[in-house]
Design a protein around this ligand. Structure first.
Ligand SMILES: [Zn+2]
Length: 433
């Protein structure tokens, strides 16, 4: 390691050691910006010296890392996406100065080719992992101390947390033995349950069907999918929990989490820098919707800089009623697969946006292409769903798919889930023989 590499790593480590890493999210916007400026500067310098692909890009753009000012210079770098990471040797994206200790992981691949990646060394730090996930409990000055003693239930595809205070239930086991799983959770007396809206919905439906009392779990973390308001109400009442919405991805780890106000998700400023841009990549005004672009400030193994999450959202900088100044994020649409009608690919987001005003009428939906010109919409209705809702959905979907597609609506009790537990919002059954 040469002297320059050493000094960059040392400065990164020093920043992590300061308690301000764990308290930054509660500080003023100017302190947050100052910290993020340093973090971006360190990251860009690190990539220049240690990551071949980024080195080549910075040289090509004539960017001298020693003169890179931080956030104000970030726009000089291009917006990247998954395609940036395909096509070259995998090692070219990685820190070449040392061996990587974190396990190789893979994105879900819901938009096509999955991306393999090495997460930050920080995921090897159990305190960081709990802090990243359960920081809303820190904000609450919660009785549960220390944070690692939180009794938590995770329902998901693969296990990532272990310990005597963790109950892990594999998604497929949960679906196969839902009543048994619920009783295991009840007997465990958790403080928090962490899963996606589809599993929360299944659990609430099972409790309602069996007329079993609520589980009375103080907190719930909802991840992976958009949480519809009607699902939130139904789940909170039936399971007996207070849901906190969270936004995360494999590439960024935790990005944002709700506070007690449940009015947008506070960005995790020590770990990620978020920008909202328009279709041309220009920053939008505060509160306007656009593409969510994120820079992972702590992943030195495989850097993600100005990375297009594929999701759309809104960011606001005004202080929250909870008192924190960390910008808040609202995710309006998550990336997903697309369906092709009349030669035009239609992204899941277009379907979601078409019916987002009906979220009080729908618990869950699935858009299915059943033939070259046939669209089926499966819906788990809420109690507010009426014939008028059905007519409205048909009309909005007609605007999306065009006049030549036959649209059918089917009301169902459940929708199939993938092994990871995510529901499949977009399905092409037209090619099934
Ligand atoms: Zn807040």
């Amino acid at each position: 390691m040469n002297k320059k590499q050493f000094s960059i790593r040392k400065s990164f480590q020093q920043r992590l050691q300061f308690s301000r890493f764990y308290t930054l999210h509660q500080r003023s916007l100017s302190e947050i910006t100052k910290w993020q400026n340093e973090a971006v500067r360190d990251l860009v310098r690190h990539t220049y010296h240690n990551v071949p692909l980024w080195h080549e890009l910075l040289v090509r753009l004539d960017i001298d890392p020693e003169c890179f000012s931080g956030l104000d210079d970030l726009h000089r770098l291009p917006i990247t996406d998954k395609s940036f990471y395909f096509g070259n040797a995998f090692d070219d994206y990685l820190d070449s100065s040392r061996s990587i200790r974190t396990p190789l992981t893979t994105t879900s691949g819901s938009t096509g080719k999955p991306l393999q990646l090495f997460p930050s060394d920080m995921i090897l730090n159990p305190y960081y992992c709990f802090f990243s996930r359960f920081r809303f409990l820190v904000w609450k000055n919660n009785r549960i101390q220390p944070i690692s003693s939180i009794r938590s239930v995770f329902i998901r595809g693969t296990q990532i947390y272990y310990g005597e205070n963790v109950l892990f239930i594999k998604g497929s086991d949960f679906l196969n033995q839902i009543d048994d799983s619920i009783e295991r959770i009840r007997a465990f007396h958790p403080d928090v349950i962490d899963t996606n809206p589809s599993f929360f919905l299944r659990m609430a439906q099972a409790l309602a069907r069996n007329q079993r009392g609520p589980l009375n779990i103080p907190y719930a973390l909802s991840v992976s999918e958009i949480l519809l308001p009607e699902v939130r109400n139904f789940v909170e009442t039936t399971i007996g929990c207070n849901i906190y919405n969270r936004y995360a991805s494999e590439e960024m780890h935790g990005i944002a989490t709700e506070c007690d106000m449940h009015d947008g998700m506070h960005i995790h400023p020590e770990s990620v820098f978020v920008e909202i841009v328009d279709t041309n990549g220009h920053a939008v005004a505060d509160g306007n919707e656009g593409r969510v672009i994120a820079t992972n400030l702590i992943n030195y193994n495989m850097p993600f800089i100005r990375y297009d999450t594929g999701d759309r959202g809104i960011m606001r900088f005004e202080p929250c009623a909870c008192g924190m100044c960390t910008p808040r994020l609202w995710i309006e649409g998550r990336r997903g697969a697309s369906l092709q009608f009349d030669g035009r690919p239609i992204d899941r987001m277009e379907f979601e946006i078409a019916i987002r005003h009906l979220t009080n009428h729908i618990l869950q939906f699935q858009i299915v292409k059943t033939g070259p010109s046939d669209l089926l919409i499966r819906i788990i209705p809420s109690q507010r769903f009426t014939g008028e809702t059905s007519d409205y959905i048909r009309k909005k979907m007609r605007d999306v798919v065009g006049p030549h597609v036959d649209i059918e609506i089917e009301l169902v009790e459940s929708i199939a889930q993938m092994p990871s537990g995510k529901s499949q919002t977009i399905v092409d059954e037209s090619k099934v023989v």
